[in-house]
Each structure stands twice: as C-alpha cells, then as structure tokens.
Design a protein. Sequence first.
Length: 299
Amino acid sequence: MTLRETIRTAAQELSRAGVDTPDHDARALVAAAYGLSLSGLDRLLILREEPASHPGAESMLRELLRRRCEREPLQYILGRAPFRFLDLRVGPGVFIPRPETETVVQVGIDWLRALPHPPIVVDLCAGSGAIGLAVVTEITGSRVWAVEASEDALLWTRRNRDEVAQSLPDIADRYHLIQGDATSADTLGELDGSVDAVITNPPYVPQSQPPVQPEVRDHDPEMALYGGSPDGLRIPEAIVDRSATLLKSGGLLVMEHDSGQARPLVDAARARGFSDARTLEDLTGRPRMLRAVKGPDGV
C-alpha cells in the first residue's frame, strides 16, 4: 500500500474500534512506526513521496494499532504528550496533561507576568510536572515548588524535570519537587503566606460519575482522577483551604475543576478569605476553572 492508503486503512480500523480521533491518531501511529515526525510525514504526503525503507515498520504499525484499538491512550503508546511549549514524557502511572489545562496555566502566567518581581509559584498535585515546568520555563526568574504524592507519578515528574534541565540548566535551582500530601498543612509549611500564585489541576472527578472514555477510565491513575467524594469536591475544597494559607495577601489561585463544581468552589474560596473569586470558561465555553485572589486587595 502507498503511504496515503496505509494512513486511510489505519484510520478506518481505529474508527471501527470507537476511537474519537481516528485520522489524527492514524497519522501519529504511522509516523511513529516509520520513525518520522508528523511534519516529516506531512512533507511526504504533500510531495506524494513514500517513506524510505524501514525494517519492521509494518509489524510495528500493526502492534501500535492493536494497542490503540484496545483504547490505550495515544500518549502512552507514543510515550509523549505535548503541553504548551513542552514535550512531556508520560506513561502508565501518571495523568496525561490535557489541552484545557494549558488554558489554566495561561491565566496564571498572564497574572505572573504583570508582577514587578520574580514570583514564587506552587503547583499542587503536579503529576507529570506540566504546570510547574511550564511556569518555570516561561516566567523568567520564577521559583516553583511542585507537590506530588504518588511515587509512580513522581517517576515521570523527575524524568520531565531532568529532560527540561538539559536545555535550561538553571531550573535545577528554580524548580523544587516535593513528595507529599498537597492538602496537608505540613507540606510546604515554610512557604505559608509567601506564595504569589498557586496553579493546580487536582483530582476532581466525582466518584458517582466515572468517565465514559476507556482511555480515561481504564488508564488514568484513580489517585489523579477522582476527587475523593461522590461529588468530587473533597480534594478541590481542601486545595482551596491549603492555598489560602500558602498565598500572600493579593496572591492568586487558579484551579481546574469539573464543569458542575463551579458554584460550590467559588463559595468555598469566598469562605476562606478570597475577596475575588470567579469561574472562568475553557475553550469550549464550559465553566472549568476557579480564579480567586486572596485578601482585600483582590480585583
């Protein structure tokens, strides 16, 4: 088969298996099997050329398709997940960063860029390290403390930190990874009252509403997924409480949440001394994040 026929056949197979994005995933898997980047694959398609001989490419593609048809996440299969300007390593045991979290980070970064000093930022429930590493690489002079409880997830956080440090060695002094309970007063207690921003994507899925997608339900770690109660609010509310203590007056909390949790989390923030608490929408118009400013200086 030609390259185009191979991609078309792969997409049809993925579609029959119920994959939501068969065309994109087919291109990604074909590129991986032939040792190509997506841009390299596109170049061949545009020029109507065929890839160079690649021993084992066909058998590798069959194996990659089998795994994806069994609904293993594409990111686990490829071992990578893009996030803003980063290319993060991911695999079993760590939550896969999503595009909607990039919007959460953007809200925080817009705030941080307006500050007159290098900020102190905390990433609670760090997972792959996506949020904290985005901040420390995009905000000059920022210092980030990232907290993660899961040893499995920490393996991936450390890999991503070390990989980023290869091109930006100074983050070794600016990015601090802590294993611990993100909701505990004992975790980062030395930073209480000194933090400029907490940017976080905690577990928040209601236990009464397990995800329908097999990629999420069967592969994302439960520890990173469920919010610890039927309504999913126990952990997010504890994160609000911990953030209120970590932040200085006028500090910012940005937290991703489920679309049905907006009102109770705004109420929780106001009850903990956030003078400005509001819900922001994601790119699809759903209420998906809490933005709250601590103290009387909130605007």
